[in-house]
Design a protein around this ligand. Structure first.
Ligand code: SF4
Ligand code: SF4
Ligand code: FES
Length: 422
């Protein structure tokens, strides 16, 4: 087929006339983020808009463009990069994405694009919609919390007689993917595995197979996928300051795993104590601030009134405040309760749970007990947070390199394996 010349951000590129723009850009070494695009499906679905580019300043879905002679497309302008990042953040905020507990973590296209875009938290509040996990299919499990409505499964799995195994059900914000249980029961093992792999996120799971890819063997764990991310530079050893910087840490609604991770720095602690001293922290057991501190590291979100008081107390006493780990950044696993009402949650815990023995049917509510909040709040919705370090937990090296970077301006680019939401 005839080759044509087209332009990406004024740079001349070449590809076959009529080739899909996402593929043509990739051939010319330019990666355009995409989620719903699947070369096999034509016309493209164009449901996610993660691939948004612009022609003459007008936004267009790159996956539904075809190259032609002289086509000029803006791809990586600061505005477009920012827009694509915002679309990804909206996708995270719209569903219930608990990466640390997700079978697809490490193999998930949405998660991978978020790493590539450098997303450390969502600027949009999470909606925590009440959605179900459908266990009715015989061999699949459909987790509607993670479905991004890309429509890939709907278009791809059609029987010879034209019946759809997956289809859209309801409309607008209530749209969800429906499975025809009878057709699903007739799918071959190969088709079921393909359905799971075709889904860009962890919404289609195959019973008994979904955890068959261990850490290190997952799609985006592989070294070749790390090469694509130009993030690695050596850390320069910081100059020992005349006066040590002061660090404080707090653990709110979390599992204390981020604090355990901080301790994992092992012998690096010896270097660290040349540079910093600790004030209020569970690590020092100092209960009250004895001075103003340079940097406060917060683990955990806010699930009760005491967490809010502690967080505000930290904000008052710290020049810089950092959310460390998924719970502090967006609520994390404790925020799983945000999808149901507080009443339902308390009743389940204190009255109806199979392990509850509560003959008097009392839900604890003494004035000395911190009041439980209506939902778990990320720290940045309570006070101003200056930086976010994602991970569950982030590695010790990562936490301390970021702290050194903030306090001493040491050069530190995050390498892919250290940038994790799980
Ligand atoms: S791994 Fe992907 S699908 Fe699973 S929770 Fe994270 S973003 Fe959602
Ligand atoms: S189940 Fe997966 S493939 Fe189907 S629409 Fe949802 S995200 Fe897309
Ligand atoms: S990849 Fe283009 S709209 Fe989804």
């Amino acid at each position: 087929m005839k080759k044509v010349t087209f332009y990406i951000d004024d740079q001349p590129c070449q590809a076959e006339d009529g080739k899909n723009f996402v593929d043509a850009a990739a051939e010319n070494g330019i990666s355009i983020p995409s989620l719903c695009y699947y070369p096999h499906i034509d016309p493209p679905l164009a449901t996610c808009r993660v691939c948004t580019v612009a022609i003459g300043g007008q936004p267009r879905a790159a996956c539904s463009l075809k190259v032609s002679e002289g086509l000029r497309v803006q791809v990586n302008t600061p505005d477009l990069i920012e827009n694509r990042k915002a679309i990804l953040e909206l996708i995270f905020a719209e569903g219930n994405h608990f990466c640390p507990a997700c079978e697809k973590s490490g193999d998930c296209d949405l998660q991978h694009l978020a790493y590539e875009s450098g997303i450390t938290y969502s600027r949009f509040p999470h909606t925590f919609v009440d959605r179900i996990v459908d266990f009715k299919p015989e061999r699949l499990v459909i987790d509607h919390n993670r479905c991004i409505l890309c429509k890939r499964c709907v278009e791809e799995f059609v029987t010879d007689s034209g019946k759809k195994v997956f289809s859209y059900h309801r409309r607008g914000g209530r749209t969800e993917v429906n499975v025809d249980y009878e057709l699903e029961a007739e799918m071959s093992d190969k088709e079921l595995t393909r359905a799971m792999r075709l889904c860009p996120v962890g919404a289609i799971l195959l019973r008994g197979k979904s955890e068959s890819r261990p850490f290190g063997d997952r799609k985006y764990d592989k070294p070749e996928s790390q090469e694509a991310i130009p993030l690695t530079t050596p850390v320069e050893k910081p100059v020992v300051p005349a006066k040590k910087k002061v660090v404080a840490t707090a653990s709110l609604a979390g599992c204390f795993g981020c604090h355990m991770s901080m301790l994992d720095i092992d012998l690096g602690l010896l270097d660290l104590i040349e540079l910093v001293s600790f004030d209020k922290s569970p690590l020092t057991d100092i209960k009250r601030f004895s001075r103003h501190v340079d940097i406060g590291l917060i683990e955990g979100g806010c699930c009760n009134s005491e967490n809010i008081e502690n967080l505000e107390y930290f904000r008052e006493h710290c020049d810089i405040l950092v959310s460390v780990g998924e719970c502090a950044i967006w609520g994390g696993l404790p925020a799983m309760r945000n999808t149901i009402s507080l009443e339902a949650c308390l009743e389940e815990a204190y009255l109806h749970s199979p392990v509850t023995r509560n003959a008097q049917h009392i839900i604890p509510n003494h004035e000395d007990i911190p009041k439980i909040l209506d939902r778990v709040y990320p720290c940045h919705e309570v006070v101003k947070i200056d930086y976010h370090i994602p991970g569950c937990p982030p590695s010790a090296q990562h936490i301390w390199k970021v702290v050194q970077n903030i306090l001493f301006g040491t050069k530190y680019d995050v390498i892919y394996p250290e940038f994790k939401y799980d």
